[in-house]
Ligand binder design. Structure first.
Ligand code: ZN
Length: 241
């Protein structure tokens, strides 16, 4: 079984389309979406519809919650807030209902899936450093926890004695160890690589791959320029930061 894991699409339809084509070519059986379908980008409704059609499991992200009024926009920086204000007006009733109905966590094939962190999923903590990962391992029982939120792909491995951090892919997983794996971002990568990122997990083979796909960044930027979206958000997708 091959399970594709997508996160942080952020209303980037071109990136999502390229990722879904790649997933189909690679013969993935199932699709998990770790949230933040909307926010930042120009196509929130189309992305919600596509996720609804293609994903087997979806959890709610902080931008999804903010766009439907369940999180205070004061918690976001100016650029994110400006994009969320536009997104909230743009979203259809159907899209809002879909986002409202999403759970904060789901369990798939013995893994835990959450947007930001297993400890209090609605606290939206970032897991960037080994010390932050260490605290999080106590708050779930599954062997693997898949996350998004930071837009930077990384894995943390805990063997009961030692905690290590890696961004070497593909990763052959150790049955004796536990993992927190960040699958990166489809629509707004921040690891210096502008290509859309997503994960493929093969639970029976204990194998995780991180995949990158090029997409038409300029087409997305053109759409964004015609909308009240901040210049910083338009420029950053070309650089992946
Ligand atoms: Zn995000």
């Amino acid at each position: 079984m091959k399970i594709a894991i997508l996160s942080d699409i952020h209303a980037n339809l071109e990136a999502l389309t390229a990722v879904l084509q790649s997933i189909a070519r690679r013969g993935c059986d199932r699709v998990i979406c770790l949230g933040d379908i909307v926010g930042y980008g120009p196509d929130p409704n189309a992305c919600v519809v596509m996720v609804q059609e293609r994903a087997d499991w979806v959890v709610q992200g902080n931008h999804d919650r903010a766009a439907i009024g369940l999180l205070d926009l004061a918690d976001f920086n100016d650029h994110a807030r400006q994009a969320l204000t536009w997104t909230a007006e743009e979203l259809s009733q159907d899209a809002k209902e879909f986002l409202r109905g999403l759970p904060p966590v789901c369990q798939v094939e013995g893994s835990l899936c959450v947007h930001a962190c297993p400890y209090e999923p609605l606290a939206w903590d970032y897991i960037l450093a080994v010390s932050q990962a260490f605290l999080q391992f106590r708050h779930f029982d599954e062997q693997v926890c898949f996350i998004g939120h930071s837009h930077v792909p990384v894995s943390f491995r805990w063997d009961g004695n030692r905690l290590s951090r890696s961004s070497q892919w593909p990763m052959q997983m150790d049955r004796e160890a536990r993992y927190i794996i960040n699958v990166g971002s489809v629509g707004q990568p921040r690891d210096g690589n502008p290509q859309a990122a997503f994960g493929i997990w093969q639970p029976k083979k204990w194998l995780f791959e991180l995949c990158r796909v090029a997409y038409d960044v300029r087409a997305v930027q053109e759409k964004m320029r015609r909308l009240p979206l901040p210049v910083y958000l338009i420029e950053r997708i070309a650089y992946g930061h």
